[in-house]
Design a protein around this ligand. Structure first.
Ligand code: ARG
Length: 582
């Protein structure tokens, strides 16, 4: 349990000793630091319960608090707001405990198993901005949930089974009709064939085939047919599909690596295919499938619907399964293989209807128990300066790699060429670029759209990744320089800045919990900025390494180490790496 929570419980008990019981007792940080560090506003509510003037109640509580020498400057403002300040000695001792064990500044939760679905990159297609947001937010939520005690399994859930793959395989067939995959008489081993297609080619083939299918009805028909063949494991086509997936997956992995995104599971839509039979049986038993123009659909309307709710498409008339059915089969698969308490989908907000349909169909047939929480965690769009989804200069979809390059061009300009060795500059610029991009991506509430501005994201001042990296590296360098000095205890404060810093440190557990509750990282990104800029004010106010008062110097170094550790921990939650120098 965090020491802040302990303090909260201690004060709750003191209030009880004064004769009052407060529901959901919670000590608040003071909005008026001139009056105190914390405030207790419960006297007003207690007045109604105990039929007493709030001021009298406040006085009773203060009298009780005064018996405890942890507190100082206890006062009552207005009709009965109690202001509480901790003595320097006590505040220092709390921080010393945090220095000794960071678990003293975290409130763990009851263990549960959560699957997070936050990849969604599509095989044979380049990753784009939407995949960036899913990866950034999902990875950070996963790390946060783990930090707070959940068992979390992240799944890449690659898009590897739909028509795009049918199109790609068809186009390969058109270009290389003589490949053994298309030879009905071939009896050899398909894995030994070298495909004359690289990942780069795939990224050209898909848009080509997709455009062609829009103009050429016959071509589209052929692609449908091949999609069906792949989904039915037809020899040759299925083997070529496997090869394409393998090539593309290797490239997708390098992009996720670059973003510090690590999936526990690298499954794809195709891996759920083996559950479609069982899934269909379940839906049939519950009489949930309805025939409509040769297709099978599920009615997912509910009485309380205010907007129209279209039926879920279960199976197309040509026999191929839909994106919805793949997600349903994946739920069945996850239930059987992992049996999670919750499944979170970190996907573009524009897919909300899709997930609403999937969740309703799941509920309708009882695919998982009612206790299992299926949650759609939608995010907003990254826009260009024109307020529309960010595009390339010629109006195309921006590839994720291209986006990273744009930021890197900016961070490269700001690398300190004197401190960073020449051969390392490129790598450092990349690390900083990823930090810039990620921090900017996690700064607004996840549902909010924001504007892509590589110059602003890369600034060394302000709410940016580079500012945080730079400041954290400086803390580390100070600690290195002072490594022979005494550290490990906080017994003294010189200014209010240091106390503000200490109080901000104590707020960490509530920030972490708030972020997990809202499934958004914005509270953490704001907090780390606040903590860091407060630290930098303190750093500018004092000469830590040459301070003559040893007690004070020790306290300052200890404070520095705590802030440094929190920054490292939070940057790790955000999946941001810190270079040695920059
Ligand atoms: N591949 C999909 C896309 O690019 C995203 C998949 C999201 N996850 C899911 N379980 N449907 O749009």
């Amino acid at each position: 349990m965090s020491i802040m929570k302990e303090l909260n419980n201690d004060i709750e008990k003191i209030v009880e000793q004064a004769g009052y019981k407060v529901e959901n007792f919670s000590l608040q940080p003071s909005g008026r630091r001139d009056l105190g560090q914390f405030q207790l506003n419960d006297a007003m509510n207690l007045a109604k319960v105990y039929k007493k003037a709030p001021r009298m109640i406040a006085e009773d509580i203060v009298k009780e608090l005064e018996k405890d020498n942890k507190f100082t400057n206890l006062n009552i403002a207005g009709p009965g707001f109690i202001n509480i300040t901790l003595t320097d000695e006590y505040l220092g001792s709390l921080l010393t405990k945090i220095y000794n064990d960071k678990n003293n500044n975290i409130d763990k939760r009851e263990k549960k198993t959560v699957v997070i679905d936050y990849g969604g990159a599509n095989v044979a297609k380049a990753l784009h901005v939407g995949h960036l947001r899913s990866a950034n937010i999902g990875e950070a939520l996963k790390r946060l949930a783990k930090l707070l005690g959940y068992e979390v399994v992240g799944d890449a859930h690659l898009g590897d089974y739909g028509r795009p793959l049918g199109l790609v395989v068809l186009e390969i067939k058109k270009r290389y009709p003589d490949l053994p995959y298309f030879d009905e008489n071939y009896t050899g081993d398909y894995t030994e064939i070298t495909l004359p297609v690289t990942n780069k080619d795939l990224e050209e083939i898909y848009p080509f085939a997709s455009n062609k299918s829009k103009e050429d009805e016959k071509y589209l028909e052929e692609a449908r047919d091949i999609t069906f063949k792949i989904q039915n494991h037809e020899r040759g086509y299925y083997d070529l599909w496997k090869k394409v997936v393998e090539i593309s997956k290797a490239d997708i992995k390098t992009v996720y690596d670059m973003l510090n995104v690590e999936f526990e599971l690298w499954l794809g839509e195709s891996d759920a295919a083996e559950y479609v039979g069982e899934l269909t049986n379940i839906f049939e038993e519950k009489h949930a499938l309805v025939e409509s123009e040769g297709a099978l659909i599920v009615d997912v309307k509910e009485e309380s619907d205010k907007a129209p709710m279209p039926p879920l498409l279960f199976k197309r008339s040509n026999g191929t399964i839909s994106y919805e059915t793949t997600d349903l089969a994946t739920i069945l698969q996850r239930k059987k293989e992992i049996n999670p308490d919750e499944i979170w989908y970190c996907v573009d907000a524009r897919q909300e209807l899709h997930f609403e349909q999937v969740f309703r169909a799941t509920k309708k047939v009882g695919l998982v128990s009612d206790q299992v929480n299926l949650e759609f965690i939608g995010f907003g769009t990254m826009n260009g300066k024109d307020g529309k989804p960010f595009k390339t200069r010629d109006g195309g979809v921006m590839r994720l790699k291209g986006l990273i390059d744009l930021v890197e061009a900016e961070t490269k300009k700001r690398i300190n060429k004197e401190t960073v060795e020449e051969e390392k500059q490129e790598e450092v610029a990349k690390t900083v670029a990823i930090a810039a991009l990620k921090y900017a991506d996690l700064l607004p509430f996840r549902g909010t759209d924001y504007i892509f501005d590589p110059e602003k994201f890369s600034d060394l001042e302000g709410k940016t990744g580079p500012y945080l990296l730079y400041s954290t590296i400086r803390m580390k360098s100070l600690l290195n320089k002072g490594e022979n000095l005494e550290i490990g205890e906080i017994t003294k404060f010189k200014t209010e800045t240091e106390k503000d810093l200490a109080l901000t440190i104590l707020r960490l557990p509530s920030i972490l919990n708030k972020a997990l509750d809202s499934r958004s990282l914005n509270d953490i990104t704001e907090y780390i900025y606040k903590l860091t800029s407060l630290y930098n004010t303190f750093y500018a106010e004092n000469k830590i390494l040459t301070e003559e008062d040893q007690e004070l110097q020790k306290s300052w170094l200890t404070l520095t180490k705590i802030v440094y550790d929190i920054n490292m921990m939070l940057l790790d939650v955000l999946a941001i790496k810190v270079p040695e120098k920059m």
